[in-house]
Design a protein around this ligand. Structure first.
Ligand code: SF4
Ligand code: SF4
Length: 157
């Protein structure tokens, strides 16, 4: 009895987590949503250089972003309030070339591992802020400025 149950728990421990075994298209809604690291870099306004086509980030966040908590205040209704909000899905991910290299969706799509600071790895949703990967503390809201051209930044990578 004892031997049987410890064999079971040993087997459980070696089971790989869903983000290592599933493609983005195989994930259920709950798995998909849990993959977001909460960095909010994708919620920054971007400018496209007309001559080169290069996309540059600004440190001006979408008006629906709570810049301290780094989450969308109307996530379920976001398209209604911000029609140009780019919703991530298995089709759009390849087109959204500006997604940061740290984005968990991009990493999984490119068959790369998640970073150690991702909450699914380290178990703490605050670590992404503590290690300075998120936008917390370094952006302003577009409610407070519309001067995008003077707010181009290079750190959202
Ligand atoms: S960049 Fe990716 S991981 Fe970061 S908030 Fe956006 S969707 Fe989530
Ligand atoms: S609407 Fe919400 S999810 Fe979309 S860019 Fe704005 S803050 Fe981000």
């Amino acid at each position: 009895m004892f031997g049987k149950s410890s064999a079971k728990s040993a087997a459980k421990k070696t089971e790989k987590p869903f983000w290592e075994t599933k493609t983005l298209g195989q994930m259920n809604k709950q798995e998909w949503e849990s993959l977001c690291d909460g960095c909010a870099k994708c919620c920054l306004n971007k400018l496209e250089n007309e001559s080169t086509g290069e996309i540059q980030y600004t440190d001006v966040a979408c008006r629906l972003l709570d810049t301290e908590k780094c989450h969308c205040v109307s996530y379920d209704d976001r398209k209604r309030y911000v029609p140009d909000c780019q919703i991530l899905n298995t089709n759009s991910i390849k087109r959204l070339v500006w997604l940061p290299s740290t984005c968990a969706y991009r990493l999984i799509d490119e068959s790369k591992p998640l970073y150690w600071w991702h909450h699914l790895i380290c178990g703490d949703k605050n670590t992404v802020h503590d290690v300075g990967v998120s936008v917390r503390g370094r952006v302003v809201s577009e409610r407070d400025t519309d001067d995008l051209e003077n707010r181009i930044v290079g750190w959202p990578k």
